[in-house]
Design a protein around this ligand. Structure first.
Ligand SMILES: Cc1ncc(COP(=O)(O)O)c(C=O)c1O
Length: 312
C-alpha cells in the first residue's frame, strides 16, 4: 500500500509489541479511512436528530438517508434508492428476510442453500425446518467450488427459494450465479444472494444478476457496520416482515426496524471530507472491461473517490 493511502487510515499507525500493526484478518472487515471517521463524528457534532421532524437537523437526517439510499443504489446497480434498505448488519437483515419469506411458504415447500455459504446465509434458512419447510444443501466439491450437478438434482417443483453466496469469504470461490439464476427461473424460485464478500471486489449489479434480494455489508468496503439489502421492485412489498404498525409499511422501509444508524449512513454523503488524492483509471483496463465498469460503478457510489484506489 503506498504511503499516501496508508496515511489516511489512522488504525494502521498503531504499534503493538513494539512493531507497526499488520491486519491480516481480511474477512473481519476493512480498516476505515479518516474521512469515514470524520463523517461519523460530524453527524454527532452537527445534526444528531431523528427523521421526519420539521426542523433543520431532522430534515438533514432525512436528506442524508435518502442520499445514501441513492448512492447505494448506484453502487449495487439498482433502479433507485427505493430498492435499498438498511439494517444493523447483513445477518440481521437476512433473518428478517428469511422469516418473512417463510411466512409465505407451506410445510413441504423447499429452500435450497449451499455448503459453501457463510452461516449468515444458512442459519436464517435452516431454522425454517421448525415450520416443516424442507431445507436442502448443495454439496461442495473438493476443489472448493459448488457441485452444480448436485444443484440441479436438488431443485424441483417444490423449490421456492435459492439462497447462495456470490463469492466465498473462506475460499474466494466466485460462484456461477448465471447458471443458478437460470435454474431459479425454471423452478420459479426466489433467488437471494449474499454479496458480502463479492461486492468489495467485483462489479455488483443486482439488475444484471437478476436476483430478488441481494445483501452486503459496508464494513467490508471501508465503511462502518451497516447491512444493506437490495430488493427487486415489488418483492419486499409482497412480504410479511416483522415490523411496527407505526412505521412506513412499504419498500424500502418495510424491513427496517427502529432508528437507523444515521451516523454510519453519513459516510456516503458528499458533504463530508474526501480523501485527498485523485481518481485513477484502472491500469491496463479497456473501457469495455468488467474492471472498468466496476471502477465507474464504485466512483459513482463513493463521491470521495477513495474506493477505486484501494480496490483495483
Ligand atoms: C460472505 C459473508 N456473508 C455474510 C457475512 C455476515 O455479514 P455481517 O457481519 O454484516 O452480518 C459475512 C461476514 O463476514 C461474510 O463474509
Amino acid at each position: 500500500m503506498n504511503d499516501s493511502i496508508r496515511s489516511q487510515f489512522p488504525s494502521l499507525k498503531r504499534i503493538v509489541n513494539g512493531r507497526p500493526i499488520v491486519h491480516l484478518d481480511g474477512p473481519a472487515g476493512t480498516q476505515v479511512p479518516q474521512s469515514v471517521i470524520d463523517a461519523i463524528s460530524s453527524v454527532y457534532s452537527n445534526s444528531n436528530a431523528n427523521t421526519h421532524g420539521q426542523f433543520a437537523t431532522s430534515m438533514e437526517t432525512d436528506e442524508l438517508i435518502n442520499h445514501t439510499r441513492n448512492q447505494m443504489a448506484t453502487f449495487l446497480g439498482a433502479e433507485s434508492g427505493n430498492n435499498i434498505s438498511f439494517g444493523a448488519n447483513m445477518t440481521s437483515l437476512n433473518f428478517v428476510l428469511a422469516n418473512a419469506i417463510a411466512r409465505s411458504l407451506q410445510p413441504g415447500d423447499e429452500i435450497l442453500i449451499t455448503q459453501l455459504d457463510h452461516e449468515a446465509n444458512r442459519g436464517p434458512w435452516l431454522q425454517q425446518r421448525k415450520h416443516g419447510i424442507v431445507v436442502r444443501e448443495v454439496l461442495l466439491d473438493e476443489d472448493g467450488s459448488l457441485d452444480y450437478a448436485d444443484f440441479e438434482k436438488k431443485i424441483n417443483e417444490k423449490t421456492r427459494v435459492i439462497a447462495m453466496g456470490l463469492a466465498s469469504n473462506i475460499l474466494g470461490t466466485v460462484n456461477e450465479f448465471d447458471r443458478v439464476r437460470q435454474m431459479a427461473y425454471e423452478a420459479g424460485a426466489l433467488l437471494i444472494v449474499d454479496a458480502v464478500h463479492f461486492a468489495p471486489h467485483l462489479l455488483t449489479d443486482a439488475k444484471m444478476i437478476d436476483c430478488d434480494f441481494l445483501l452486503c455489508s459496508a464494513y467490508k468496503f471501508y465503511g462502518p457496520h451497516v447491512g444493506i439489502l437490495y430488493s427487486r421492485h415489488g418483492a419486499l412489498d409482497r412480504l410479511d416482515t416483522d415490523r411496527l404498525r407505526t412505521q412506513e409499511q412499504h419498500a424500502p422501509y418495510r424491513i427496517e426496524r427502529g432508528t437507523l444508524n444515521h451516523a454510519a449512513l453519513a459516510v456516503f454523503h458528499p458533504q463530508f471530507p474526501s480523501l485527498n488524492h485523485s481518481v485513477k483509471a484502472p491500469p491496463n483496463a479497456s473501457e469495455s472491461s468488467m474492471q472498468w465498469a466496476s471502477f465507474k460503478h464504485m466512483n459513482a457510489a463513493w463521491p470521495n473517490n477513495f474506493i477505486s484506489d484501494y480496490v483495483i
